[in-house]
Every structure is written in C-alpha cells, then in structure tokens.
Design a protein around this ligand. Structure first.
Ligand code: GTP
Ligand code: K
Ligand code: MG
Length: 437
C-alpha cells in the first residue's frame, strides 16, 4: 500500500478557501478520523473537522471523497475545502500528520496518476504546462496535451510499431519453419511510412516548443534609429532610456508582451556600429548575439538617414525591416527586396500596422496548428531516435537485425509515452497470428 500523501492544492497565501488534497494508503480512514465519517462519493458535504488526538475543533469544511480508481490519481482520494487562514491550514496539516499521512513531494499526485495508468507522460507534462500557462494559446496547447492529444497520436504509432515488430518476429519464425512469406516486405513498407509520418510531425519548425517557452523578438539597428523609442511604444511604458545621444543603450533591455496569445520576450539592443568605447562595444556584441538567438528580428532604420550597412547586413528571410522617423522624411519603397514597415515612434503612425505584422509573424512561428504539436526537446529527441531506428529496420541486411532495430524504436517511443512494454508485443503476436505453439 502507498503512503497517504496530502498537499495544499490551492495557493499558499491568505485566501477565503484553501483546498487540501489527500491520496493513497488508508486515505478514507484518515478522513473518517478527522471528519467523523466519509461523505457520499463525489458529493460535497459540510463536516466539522476535529483533531483526533485532542478532539479540538479545527474547521467546518467541505469534504469530498473520491474512491479509487475513479479519481485523479487512481487511488482513494479526498479534498478538504478549508477556510483559507494559515492557522486552519496548519492545524489540519498537523492533524493529518498525526493520523499517519505525509506531505506530498512536488508532482507526486500526477506521478501516481501516471503509475496507475490514468495518463501517459505527455499528458502529465501537459498538466504541468497548464499550471504554468500565461496566455490563452499556451492554455489551449496545454489543455490539448493534458487531454491526451499527443498521447493518443503516440500510442497509435506505438501500436503500429508493435505490430511491425510482431510481424517481423513471425517472419523469422516462419523462415525457420521453411515457409515462404512476404511479411518482411510488408514490415519494410510499414516501417518506411511510419518513419515518414514521424518526420512530418517533427518538421513543424518547433512551433509547439516555441509556444510553450515563448518567442524571442529582438530590435536591432544603427545608433539613434529609434530602437528604444520603438520598444517603449510597443511596451506602453518607458522601459528603456531614450536620448538624442548615439550609443544610449548598452545592455539588452527586455519587456514581456503577448501577441496573438503567444508570450513574447521583446529585446532592445545597443546600436550597431564600431563602438568608440569598450562598454558600448560589449553592448554591440550582446546585440549581435541576441539577433542570432531571436526567433524574429526587427531591423530598424531611420527615414532621415540612408540605410546603413550594418543593419542592411541583417536583412534576411524572417527579418522584418522597419523604417522609423517617417515624420521627418518619407520611407524608401524597398529595403533589400522587402517593403519596410513605415512608422514614427514619436507620433505613433504605423505602430498598429507593425504590431499586426509582428503578431502575424509570431503566430506563423508559434501559433496553434490543427494537429497537436510536440512541446518539449524530450519529445523531439525520442521521436528522432524512433525514426532513425525505423530507417535502420528498413535497410537491415538480416531479419534479426531488423527486429532489433524495431525493438529499439519501440523503446524510444515507450520512453516518450512511458507506456510500451514487451508484453504488448506478445499480445499482438498471439492475438494477430494465432501462432499457438
Ligand atoms: N522625429 C522623430 N524622432 C524620433 C523618433 N523616434 C525616436 N526619435 C528620437 O531619436 C533619438 C534617438 O532615439 P532612441 O530611441 O534613443 O534611439 P536608439 O536607436 O535606441 O539609440 P541607441 O540606443 O543610442 O542606439 C531620440 O532623440 C528620440 O526622441 C521618431 O519617430 N521621430
Ligand atoms: K539614442
Ligand atoms: Mg536605445
């Protein structure tokens, strides 16, 4: 039997209500000792909680009882909706410990849910992301994943892979019996198409990972082009120092924005030039590094100056040229081969258009796609590994080597979902082929 664990499921500050969650072990007995009885399953019921040692009244609380396996963890579980004060929380926690329960480790409820088969690893990660979600698009992605969108897709692939392995093992057995079969050719075709499907899923430009972590946008350009003025205009506050002196910004100045539901870290940087002093030169190095790391670069020119070589050199696909100070001079029609976004950070002209273009670029890189996207490097690594092993299986010179490669692919997917074991292979062999020997 597991330990009975408990933890505050609501925030830890002063609040009207605090929710304590319990799971596992003699959870029902622990609740009975505090609340004097167990309510009907899944029905909120008002109970007086007492310290079983001293009989002291601790709180009048709503008690919910979730007998396993129909609970979040799959174990017997309960919730105590307490009055949110610190003394109440601490008194009830102490009484729970006295009854033999212990405080839960971080993530222990979800870990138990996984171990009890209530969700796979990707869904568990989705729940973690849902708790961390700051924007609507992040919330939608996390909800999808927590609801099993990736789990279902990967379980489908794992099922197909297991079947391929079963066929291959059967092919080896039939060959030993001297029987002709075309199972191997079928295995190769199946492995090749599964590898292609996995690669198509991987080839999403990392949008799910970007949405989860947020996009990096960097503002670059010559000194005095108005980069800091633009950052302030987009942020709606004076986050960066603006002055008529070239070389004002040295450190990277960051602000958080939300564009089309995507969290964005917008960075202002030092003006690009052969800097006269050491500190500014370090600022320029940092600016260039940030441009390399950024998902989107805004290359800013001033309309009253001809386009400078340093900023022009940044222009590449995915870089948005911006011409500022259009209140002083008209913008050029083209920068490189692109029509620039014409703005005046001073008067605000063109800022809405720039915001729209930036949002469009952000959504193109990190917006929700129709199909659920992978969201972590862990997913990417496991899927890449599975696809490579499938390639090996397709070209393996010996049937046994192909089987070995398929087994490695199964393990890679199994690590991803936390699900696939050898038993699955046996089930398919016997279920699919009725090889009763
Ligand atoms: N007329 C006009 N002046 C502007 C505009 N945007 C910025 N400025 C002025 O241009 C000067 C430089 O602005 P900053 O925002 O400091 O320029 P920067 O690119 O951050 O400069 P560094 O940090 O030194 O590289 C300031 O005097 C601003 O007031 C604009 O749209 N129109
Ligand atoms: K400046
Ligand atoms: Mg600046």
């Amino acid at each position: 039997m597991t330990d009975t664990i408990f933890a505050l499921a609501s925030g830890s500050g002063r609040a009207a209500i605090a929710v304590l969650r319990l799971s596992g072990g003699p959870c029902g007995e622990v609740v009975r000792r505090l609340a004097g009885g167990l309510p009907q399953p899944r029905m909120a019921s008002l109970r007086r909680l007492r310290d079983p040692g001293t009989d002291e009244v601790l709180d009048d609380a709503l008690v919910l009882w979730f007998p396993g396996p129909r609970s979040y963890t799959g174990e017997d579980s309960a919730e105590l909706h307490l009055h949110g004060g610190r003394a109440v929380r601490e008194g009830v926690s102490a009484a729970l410990v006295a009854c033999g329960a212990r405080p839960a480790e971080p993530g222990e409820f979800t870990r138990r849910a996984f171990l009890n088969g209530r969700l796979d690893l990707t869904a568990a990660e989705g729940i973690a992301d849902l708790i961390d979600a700051e924007t609507a698009a992040q919330r939608r992605q996390a909800l999808r994943q927590a609801g099993g969108a990736l789990a279902i897709r990967y379980a489908g692939w794992a099922g197909r892979l297991t079947r391929l392995l079963a066929h291959q093992e059967a092919a080896i057995e039939f060959a030993e019996d001297g029987l002709p079969n075309d199972l191997e050719a079928q295995m190769r075709a199946g492995a090749a198409s599964l590898a292609a499907e996995i690669r198509a899923h991987l080839d999403d430009g990392g949008r799910g990972e970007r949405l989860r972590q947020g996009l990096w946008v960097a503002i670059l350009g010559a000194p005095n082009a108005g980069k800091s003025s633009l950052l302030n205009a987009l942020a709606g506050r004076e986050a960066a120092i603006v002055s008529a002196q070239a070389g004002t910004t040295r450190d990277v100045v960051e602000v958080r924005l939300e564009l089309g539901g995507i969290p964005v870290l917008l960075a202002d940087t030092a003006g690009l030039r052969d800097a006269p002093d050491e500190i500014e030169a370090e600022g320029v190095r940092r600016a260039r590094r940030r441009a390399e790391e950024a998902d989107i670069v805004l290359a800013v020119f001033a309309a009253d100056n001809p386009p400078d070589a340093e900023t022009l050199a940044l222009i590449a696909p995915g870089v948005l040229p911006v011409v500022n100070k259009t209140d002083l001079a008209p913008p050029p029609a083209l920068i490189g081969s692109q029509a620039p976004l014409a703005i005046s950070a001073r008067t605000g002209v063109g800022l809405e258009g720039l915001q729209a273009a930036l949002t469009e670029a952000a959504v193109a890189r990190a917006g929700l796609s129709e199909e659920a996207s992978l969201t972590r490097p862990r997913h990417r690594a496991a899927l890449q590994e599975a696809a490579s092993w499938l390639d090996e299986a397709v070209t393996a010179p010996l049937p046994e080597l192909a089987a070995e490669s398929l087994r490695a692919a199964v393990r890679a997917l199994g690590r991803l979902t936390g699900h696939v074991g050898v038993e699955d292979v046996l089930d398919v062999v016997f279920g699919d082929f009725c090889i009763g020997k």
